[in-house]
Design a protein around this ligand. Sequence first.
Ligand SMILES: [Zn+2]
Ligand SMILES: [Zn+2]
Ligand SMILES: [Zn+2]
Length: 238
Amino acid sequence: MSILGSPELDIEHTFVDFESQLYKKIFDANESSINTITLNTFGQAYNTPCLYTDPVTNIQCNGKPVLREYKKIDNTISTIRKFVGCKNYKLGQKGHHYISINQNVNLNYLEQLFQNYIYCPNGINREDQNEIIDKCFTVLPNSSVRNYCSFLHKTNTQIGKGKIINKGNCPVKFYHILPDNLTECPFIVMISTGVHNHPPPPPVKTPQNIMENLQKIVNNEYDLDLTRTLDISHIGHN
Ligand SMILES: [Zn+2]
Ligand SMILES: [Zn+2]
Ligand SMILES: [Zn+2]
């Protein structure tokens, strides 16, 4: 769980209610909206260093990204186009930061972000607990190697990635009961016991190792430890 996650995610569960509002929010957390695309454009601007090198001093530019605009004239019709440029740009210099802006971006929102927010590349500093934080409903499986949530989050002054917090191993155990002859009786009973110490994760494609192990069961190779392989305990945002 990331440190920016919603307090609603701090729950246990024994079954998954697909109709619950929380479940829907977790499921929708992976959807990209215009606002998340805009936030990502802001983050990308800060994560892309300016490659301009001063020809006299040979020092690389460390200019911060800024929102700039130019006038495009097409058959006497002029339109204002915005782009992300470098704060240190001076007329005639070539090679500074230039990022064109995707048409799915909300330009007014992007402008507000550049005006009012600080980008925190190492995650948001939450020492000031009073800051309002947008809730995140990202829940990841323990097998995930990500340290940060893939979305950028906002307080009222900062924007940064949410750190993922590992909720620890889930105490739920899975057991399987197999018939002596799978060909005659092609059924497997799976039982899970215990309470999951995390919110229900959204449905994901069955992991490859579980597919392979199920295949082994079907092939009558009984020597596998399903308790371990099927106990997919989970991480998410807290
Ligand atoms: Zn620059
Ligand atoms: Zn998040
Ligand atoms: Zn679990």
